[in-house]
Design a protein around this ligand. Structure first.
Ligand code: ADP
Length: 382
């Protein structure tokens, strides 16, 4: 081979090498060749012989288009023809190299004409093995799909679990009322029709509440929907007290609410906010279940600081360890044997979606203090 050709190959090899060095993990191997203008290979480097599993002697003299699988040959012949007549620099084409029987390599071919004054022009080509890159791209694609599926499944799981969590309370109330009805009817005496009708309306109300909770949660989880309305924070807390009292009484727990005189107005999705408060109260009741009854008390205090309403929920339970204060808001974090660990994560998301915050700290009794803040609704034109 002429020395000019050898030096050309050497410098081209040096050009190709940095790619392998800067991206060693990608294992892109490349090979070089020189061919005459008729398209017959005249010189190759060692990487190309290794890549194609052929000797130099087998490659030299071979028409370039015979390097690729049969289907690609007409396209490659056209490409060579185009490069030969082009005044531009190198051009690129994807090719499928034929290696052994049944083995092929996906590669990119860069081809250009080298014109050295006083010498016949030659074709210089670089073949870059793209198989590794393609395999990686396919693997990445599958990994992305897999991750997306897991995320969707987790969102679905979270939605299903929070629906189950939130409708548990109305369903328990419905079951208790149906039981009371059954007892009255089975007692043998003429049933008190007025009382039965009161129970029937209560059942209806609780069933509608469950349906509403499901609808709202679904809307929130899938579309982030909130149906906001202007309401005084005191009204929400009084409604919550009405809902929570039967459960609190049954567990021997007192609930004290202290509202500051102003009772500011917030613009919130009332059903969602009631669920958040109920969840905090239920957790507090559970946290104090092993205390003597006299000590089981929840204090709810609402006041305004600047343009925020701050509502605190204090209990006398064991409190939350400093190390766990971030974690308890993570989905599925629970220390209860039958807990789902979704109440606080869902509650925090709901409060944040209203522009507020939900956090936990310790109170003077060593119990937990959950602090919820919400923006005060601004007067129109204020
Ligand atoms: P779950 O009640 O199903 O466990 P939550 O998300 O509502 O799910 O609560 C997560 C965890 O936070 C609880 O398991 C408990 O360890 C802790 N926690 C919540 N509220 C209190 C509280 N008032 N006092 C002490 N720990 C609490």
């Amino acid at each position: 081979m002429d020395s000019k050709a050898l030096s050309l190959i050497a410098s081209a090899e040096a050009w190709a090498k940095p790619q392998t060095e800067t991206q060693p993990h990608e294992a892109i191997s490349s090979g070089m060749f020189m061919a005459n203008m008729a398209g017959e290979i005249e010189a190759v480097n060692e990487s190309l012989t290794a890549m194609l599993n052929l000797q130099q002697s087998e490659l030299c003299g071979l028409p370039l288009h015979q390097l690729v699988v049969q289907e690609d040959q007409p396209r490659l012949l056209q490409f060579i023809e185009k490069v030969r007549h082009s005044a531009d620099g190198g051009q690129e084409i994807p090719v499928c190299l034929h290696v052994d029987e049944g083995v092929a390599i996906e590669a990119s071919l860069y081809l250009s004409v080298l014109r050295v004054p006083g010498r016949p022009p030659v074709l210089i080509g670089v073949l870059i093995n793209q198989t590794q890159r393609l395999i990686r791209e396919i693997a990445d694609h599958f990994q992305r799909e897999h991750r997306a599926r897991i995320t969707r499944l987790m969102a679905l799981g979270e939605m299903a679990s929070s629906i189950a969590h939130e409708i548990n309370q109305p369903l328990t109330a419905i079951a208790a009322m149906a039981q009371a009805c059954g007892q009255m009817l089975r007692a043998g005496k003429t049933p008190d029709l007025h009382q039965l009708s009161v129970i029937a309306s209560e059942v209806e109300e609780q069933a509608l509440r469950a349906a509403q909770v499901v609808k709202r949660i679904r809307g929130f989880v899938t579309h982030g929907n909130l149906r906001r309305e202007a309401v005084a924070i005191g009204d929400i807390l009084n409604t919550v007290l009405g809902i929570a009292m039967p459960e609190a009484r049954a567990k021997g727990t007192r609930i004290n609410i202290l509202l500051s005189s102003e009772s500011p107005t917030v613009e919130v999705d009332v059903i969602h906010l009631e669920q958040v408060c109920m969840n905090l109260i239920r957790n507090a009741i559970e946290a104090m279940s092993s205390l003597p009854e006299a000590q089981r008390a929840i204090s709810i205090y609402s006041h305004q600081i600047g343009n925020l309403v701050v509502v605190t929920f204090d209990d006398a339970g064991p409190g939350v360890r400093a190390d766990d204060r971030e974690q308890i808001f993570e989905p599925f974090f629970t220390t209860k044997p039958d807990g789902m660990g979704l109440g606080l994560s869902t509650s925090q998301k709901i409060v944040q979606a209203h522009g507020g915050t939900l956090s936990v700290e310790s109170n003077a009794l060593g119990g937990a203090r959950f602090v919820m803040t919400l923006p005060v609704m601004m007067e129109k034109g204020a």
